[in-house]
Design a protein around this ligand. Structure first.
Ligand SMILES: [Mn+2]
Length: 637
C-alpha cells in the first residue's frame, strides 16, 4: 500500500493546509479585536479627558481644560486635588464678564476636599510649598498694571492653585497637643469689598481643606457693596454651593464698613463660636482646633492666630513671629512689639502655649458667640474700618475677658502697603472719628494725654457714646489705668513717671522731636533738637513734639523711642529696650543737671556749633547754663 501517492494528500498535508488558513483568520481576529479596543479606548479618552479637545481644536472658551492644564496627562485624577487656575487667566478682570469656570471644575471633579491620599500638587506649580511666584516675563507688565486693582499682585495669585500647599507651621510641641472630640462649632464670618477673585476663593479653599469641617457650622460671607466685579456674584455663588459646608452670602446695598458688616454676618450665625477672617488669607494646617479649644476652656477668651505674611507682590508665604504681641503707640496705631520677658516666664518659655496679648490686630479671631454679644459686640457708632481692634481689646480686658494669641495656630494674610478701598468720608476723618469714640469711652484720664499728642483728635466729633458708656457701667469694667498697669505695663503711655511734658533749657528752648511716627516697618529717622518752646493752645500740633516722659525707670522717652547717650557724643533716639543702661538718666531737681548714668556725664546743649543738638558731655562744676534743665508744662501729673 502506497500511502505516498502524489495524488492523494497525506493527513499531515491536510493539517498544515488547514492550519495556514486558520492562522490567517486568527490574525484577522486579533487585528480587528485590537482595533476595536483601540477605538473604545480613544472613545473613553475623548469622553473623560477634556484636553483632547484642545489638542485637536484649541478650546479658547473652554476654561475647564486650562483649569486642569497640568493635571490631565497622567490619566490619574484622584491623587491630585485638581483645583487649578487657568494658566493665563483674564477672568478676574474686575469689570469684565466672567466665565463660570470654577463651577464646571468643582462639578466635574467632585468632592476635591475629600482627597485622603495625601497627594499634593506638582511641586513645579506656581507658589507650591508657600514659595514666591515667579511671574513669566511676558506677564510682568500686565501684573504691574493690574496691581492697583487690589493693591496686591492678583496675577501672581491667579497663577497659583487655589489649594496651593504651604508648610505646616506647627512646632513638634504644637503637634503633640491633643484635643477633645467635642470642640465647639464655629460660624466663620468673612467680610469682603471688591476682593480679588482668586484670593477670595483661595481663602475659602484653604478653610475647607485645612479644617475639620465638622466644626464649621457655616461660612457667612458679607459682600460690602462690591462694585463692577461680576465674579463676586454668580461665580462666587456657584463656587460656594459646591462646598461641603453651608455658605450664606449676604449682600449690602450700601457700604457699611467692616464692623457693621461683621455685625450683620454675626446676627445670622448659629455656631457655638464666631470666627472672623479677612478675605485674602490662607489657613495653615491645624489653624482652627487651637482657637476653638481655648474658647472651649474659657468662654471669655478671644483667641487670635499668628498672622503669617503673604507677600503682596509674589505671594511668598512667610512664617509670622511668635515673639511679638499686640500693642499700640501714642497715636493709637496698633503695633507689634517684642514679647517681654515676664510673659516668657509666665508660660515657662513654652511657645506652644497662648500669649496674653494686650491688643489684637483685629482681622482674625475666634470668640464664643454668646460672649461676643455679652461683651458688647462692636461699637455700632464706628464707621468703615479702624480703631475697632483696640476698642475690642481694651473692652475685653477691662471687662473681665482675655485676648490671646495662639502660637500654634497660623493664618497667612496678604499684607498691603496701602489700602485699595475708598473710605466714605475720607480715611483720616473715619479713623479719627472711631479713635475719638475709643478714647471717650475707654481711656479715662489718659484722654488728656492722647489729646495733647493728637490735638487733631480733640476737634473731631465722636457722636453719641452714651450707650457705650452704659455698657461699660453695666459690665462693671475696670479702668484704663488698671489695664495699663496689669495687662500692658510695657506700654509707651505714662504709668510710672516723674514728669510728662516739656523739658527746656535756658532760655526758652525745648527738647523737640521730629519724624517720630514712622510706619510699622520702622523706617524713620527721628531727630532730637533744641527749639523754641511752643504754646500748646497756640500751636498744639507742633507743641506735641515737645512732650516727653521722664519715667521712674529713668528713661526719657517719646512713644517707643528713648534718649540714648554715650561718652562725649550726640544724644540719639533709639527704640526703648528693657535694661539698656545707655537709656537711663538721673535728674537732680536741685542742681537741674540731667545725668547720663552709664557715662557719668551730663545732658548738654551743644554750644560750639549752633546746630540745636544735645550731647552727653562732662558735667561742669558750678552752675552751667548749657546743662540746666527744667521739667515743665506738664500734660498729666
Ligand atoms: Mn487684609
Amino acid at each position: 500500500m502506497n500511502s505516498f501517492s502524489p495524488y492523494h494528500s497525506t493527513p499531515t498535508d491536510v493539517f498544515l493546509k488547514r492550519f495556514r488558513s486558520w492562522k490567517r483568520q486568527y490574525l484577522h481576529i486579533i487585528i480587528y479585536t485590537s482595533l476595536f479596543w483601540i477605538f473604545v479606548d480613544v472613545f473613553f479618552i475623548m469622553l473623560f479627558s477634556d484636553c483632547t479637545k484642545e489638542i485637536i481644536l484649541p478650546c479658547q472658551s473652554s476654561s475647564l481644560s486650562s483649569l486642569l492644564a497640568n493635571n490631565n496627562n497622567s490619566g490619574i485624577i484622584e491623587p491630585i486635588i485638581p483645583i487649578r487656575r487657568r494658566k493665563y487667566p483674564n477672568r478676574t478682570l474686575y469689570n469684565s464678564q466672567t466665565s463660570n469656570a470654577i463651577t464646571k471644575t468643582s462639578r466635574i471633579i467632585n468632592k476635591w476636599w475629600e482627597n485622603q491620599s495625601g497627594a499634593t500638587n506638582p511641586p513645579s506649580w506656581h507658589g507650591e510649598g508657600g514659595r514666591a511666584v515667579v511671574i513669566p516675563a511676558e506677564l510682568q507688565e500686565q501684573s504691574k498694571k493690574r496691581f492697583i486693582e487690589n493693591q496686591f499682585n492678583i496675577l501672581a495669585s491667579d497663577l497659583m492653585a487655589l489649594n496651593r500647599s504651604i508648610k505646616d507651621q506647627r512646632s513638634s510641641k504644637c503637634l503633640a497637643h491633643k484635643f477633645p472630640s467635642d470642640l465647639p462649632t464655629t460660624s466663620i464670618v468673612i467680610v469682603f469689598h471688591n476682593e480679588g477673585n482668586s484670593t477670595l476663593l483661595r481663602t475659602l479653599t484653604s478653610i475647607i481643606i485645612r479644617s475639620p469641617i465638622q466644626y464649621i457650622h457655616e461660612i457667612i460671607m458679607v459682600d460690602d457693596a462690591s462694585i463692577n466685579r461680576e465674579y463676586l456674584k454668580d461665580t462666587l455663588d456657584a463656587f460656594t454651593k459646591e462646598l461641603p459646608v453651608p455658605v450664606h452670602i449676604l449682600r449690602n446695598n450700601d457700604r457699611l464698613g467692616l464692623m457693621k458688616s461683621r455685625l450683620r454676618g454675626a446676627e445670622i450665625a448659629k455656631g457655638d463660636t464666631l470666627t472672623f477672617l479677612d478675605a485674602h488669607i490662607e489657613c495653615s494646617p491645624g489653624w482652627l482646633e487651637y482657637l476653638l479649644y481655648e474658647v472651649k476652656k474659657d468662654r471669655t477668651a478671644v483667641v487670635c492666630p499668628i498672622i503669617d505674611v503673604i507677600n503682596d507682590n509674589d505671594f511668598g508665604y512667610y512664617t509670622g513671629s511668635d515673639m511679638t504681641w499686640g500693642g499700640f503707640n501714642w497715636r493709637l496705631n496698633f503695633r507689634w512689639y517684642p514679647v517681654p520677658q515676664r510673659e516668657e516666664v509666665r508660660r515657662n518659655g513654652d511657645h506652644s502655649l497662648p500669649l496674653l496679648s494686650p491688643t489684637m490686630a483685629g482681622g482674625l479671631f475666634t470668640i464664643n458667640r454668646e460672649y461676643f454679644y455679652e461683651i458688647g459686640a462692636y461699637d455700632p457708632g464706628m464707621e468703615v474700618w479702624g480703631g475697632e481692634n483696640l476698642e475690642m481689646s481694651f473692652r475685653v480686658w477691662q471687662c473681665g475677658g482675655r485676648v490671646l494669641i495662639h502660637p500654634c495656630s497660623h493664618v497667612g494674610h496678604v499684607f498691603r502697603k496701602q489700602t485699595p478701598y475708598t473710605f466714605p468720608g475720607g480715611t483720616g476723618t473715619v479713623i479719627f472719628h472711631n479713635n475719638k469714640r475709643l478714647v471717650e469711652v475707654w481711656l479715662d484720664k489718659y484722654k488728656d494725654f492722647i489729646y495733647a499728642i493728637m490735638p487733631e483728635l480733640k476737634r473731631v466729633q465722636a457722636g453719641d457714646v452714651s450707650e457705650r458708656l452704659a455698657l461699660r457701667d453695666r459690665l462693671k469694667c475696670k479702668d484704663f489705668q488698671w489695664y495699663l498697669e496689669n495687662i500692658y505695663p510695657e506700654t509707651s503711655l505714662p504709668i510710672n513717671f516723674h514728669h510728662v511734658g516739656a523739658i527746656r533749657t535756658e532760655p526758652m528752648s525745648c527738647l523737640t522731636l521730629h519724624n517720630v511716627f514712622g510706619s510699622q516697618k520702622g523706617n524713620r529717622t527721628a531727630t532730637l533738637n533744641i527749639e523754641t518752646c511752643l504754646d500748646r493752645t497756640e500751636s498744639p500740633i507742633n507743641a506735641a513734639y515737645q512732650i516727653v516722659i521722664y519715667s521712674k525707670k529713668g528713661e526719657i522717652r517719646f512713644d517707643d523711642l528713648c534718649f540714648e547717650g554715650s561718652v562725649n557724643s550726640v544724644v540719639k533716639l533709639q527704640k526703648c529696650t528693657e535694661g539698656n543702661q545707655k537709656q537711663i538718666w538721673n535728674y537732680n531737681n536741685e542742681t537741674k543737671l540731667m545725668k547720663h548714668v552709664n557715662s557719668n556725664q551730663c545732658l548738654t546743649v551743644d554750644e560750639k556749633k549752633d546746630n540745636g543738638k544735645v550731647n552727653v558731655g562732662p558735667c561742669v562744676e558750678g552752675n552751667h547754663a548749657q546743662q540746666r534743665w527744667y521739667l515743665e508744662r506738664s500734660v498729666i501729673t
